[in-house]
Unconditional design. Structure first.
Length: 228
């Protein structure tokens, strides 16, 4: 799989690679433990987003297991909802995040000390993905689009590395519920997320760029799937 990379790569540890400089520090490096404690809580997801961790796991399972070929997960985090799924897949998977702490936690969860020859943990920038155009059969990104101010650039970069005819799956928080909108606005003021979007604004990011796209809305979580 390393032949797909178009930038020099070095090891962070035994199973985590990086294309970023040694001096790079990601915001989530220092708050990975707290973030994961929160997002796996049923009460938190129900109260703030009107959904549940089970919804995330079911969407991820369908996204990862229904296709074949090389897969890229952008912003994979510590695999808090997806480790069990990735431990079962036979697909070649690149798990990309800018936080080495998140990647190490994810690697530990999915490998349990074993080497998984089909899983590659890579520290990289989601806006400068180190792969050539049309490299992947599938691209997924769970709970990420709302984090960024330039959401269009993020989506465009994700679609760039997806093959024509390849499938994509994204999930993101939106402002459909009034309480969720207030919470996202508060996070935005703290610079934790980008400008809050509603579902229509998110879906407009895909207009005229893909062959097919559809979505399901549960609470204030938007689940998107389509074909490039």
């Amino acid at each position: 799989m390393t032949h797909l990379l178009n930038k020099p790569v070095s090891f962070v540890d035994d199973q985590v690679w990086t294309v970023l400089p040694d001096s790079f520090s990601a915001p989530y490096d220092g708050k990975a433990r707290l973030y994961e404690w929160l997002v796996k809580r049923h009460w938190y997801n129900k109260l703030f987003w009107g959904t549940s961790p089970c919804d995330y796991r079911q969407f991820a399972a369908r996204s990862i297991m229904h296709s074949k070929g090389n897969l890229l997960d952008i912003g994979c985090g510590g695999l808090i909802h997806t480790a069990a799924i990735y431990s079962k897949t036979k697909r070649n998977v690149f798990l990309l995040d800018n936080s080495t702490e998140m990647l190490k936690r994810g690697c530990s969860r999915v490998t349990n000390g074993r080497i998984n020859n089909n899983l590659f943990f890579l520290q990289a920038n989601a806006f400068d993905i180190p792969f050539s155009n049309n490299s992947f059969d599938s691209v997924v990104s769970f709970g990420t689009i709302h984090l960024f101010e330039d959401k269009a650039a993020f989506v465009n970069e994700a679609l760039r590395v997806l093959k024509v005819g390849g499938d994509f799956h994204f999930s993101t928080m939106v402002t459909e519920r009034p309480f969720s909108k207030k919470y996202l606005t508060a996070l935005y003021k703290r610079k934790e997320v980008g400008t809050p979007f509603n579902a229509d604004e998110i879906m407009a990011l895909f207009k005229d760029k893909v062959n097919a796209v559809s979505y399901t809305l549960k609470g204030s979580m938007l689940f998107i799937k389509g074909v490039k």
